[in-house]
Design a protein around this ligand. Sequence first.
Ligand SMILES: [Zn+2]
Length: 183
Amino acid sequence: MSAHRITAMITSALLATSLTLAACTDAPAPLDARPSPKEDGRISDARGISPFDTRHPAIRHLDADLLRGVRKAADKARRQGVEMFVTSGWRSVEYQRSLQERAVARYGSREQAERFVLSPEKSAHVRGEAVDIGPTDADDWLIRNGAEFGLCQTYANEMWHFELATRPGGECPPPKSDATAAH
Ligand SMILES: [Zn+2]
């Protein structure tokens, strides 16, 4: 066999290997993958979605530490007979803006609306640093047990809204009265 022929065989073998490797990179997007302009994080299922539903942008674009905590909490809650759903997670700027506009229409002014829906610039949801949890028994469970996972209810008027606000096993700060309270 000529040297030229051996070189050709090696080249084709290497090419086949690199094609196989290329096919293997078709893995699920990492959690911190940047949102595409088409994604808004809207959750159409009124009950909410599983925190393990990584295909959904509302879950996929959450802060990795927050998501880890929510999943651990959901596992423990389930073992105690409480099913936990995410009713809202990461939201795009446009989606947050539409929620804010709807709230302004409902509450009559931007100031009143801000007690419930913050602007995209201020919302922890847009940063992927907040989750809304349902149903009510899951909220109640998480208020009582969330600190074990670093998860705290941050606003007294939103029993469903949780953020990482302490270290796992720490103590949650008292919730602010609402989103307009001074930080
Ligand atoms: Zn929220």
